[in-house]
Design a protein around this ligand. Structure first.
Ligand SMILES: [Zn+2]
Length: 140
């Protein structure tokens, strides 16, 4: 199952493969202030794969906050948040904001709202190494 999407001005392209159909994919709306302000719905399929590419990387913001262990990838031109990437013990891993996908409406599960406040940085990196999606960032 391949899904494509990206930012609104099409500078950032996202392509992912999921192990399950979109209606079976658990979604998350993380309760941090960044995700709440963007109204994100994210997926991370450890059995999937995601590729993030950009036509012009100078227009790509890699925003860091909190524990500063992940890059939140946003387009500087159109402002769309496509997902976050993190270097972990099992390689580069990512979560994807399904709202940036062309078939966003196919992801119908009600998002869970986990609260990761109070999680240690080590626990956070372990969780991402296990649960986030294997990712490739294509340098432009
Ligand atoms: Zn854009």
């Amino acid at each position: 199952m391949f899904h494509t999407g990206g930012c609104h001005c099409e500078n950032i392209k996202v392509r992912l493969r999921l192990a399950k159909p979109p209606e079976q994919m658990p979604l998350r709306s993380c309760s941090c202030s960044f995700c709440r302000s963007h109204g994100t719905r994210t997926i991370s399929d450890r059995d999937g794969l995601v590729e993030i590419a950009a036509t012009d990387w100078s227009l790509v913001e890699r925003y860091r906050f909190g524990s500063r262990t992940a890059d939140y990838v946003l387009c500087r031109r159109c402002g769309v948040y496509v997902g976050a990437v993190c270097e972990t013990s099992s390689g580069l891993r990512a979560v994807v904001n399904v709202n940036c996908l062309d078939d966003r409406a196919a992801f119908t599960q009600a998002p869970a709202a986990p609260d990761y406040d109070g999680e240690t940085t080590d626990a956070r990196l372990d969780r991402r190494a296990t649960n986030w999606m294997p990712a490739t960032v294509i340098a432009g």
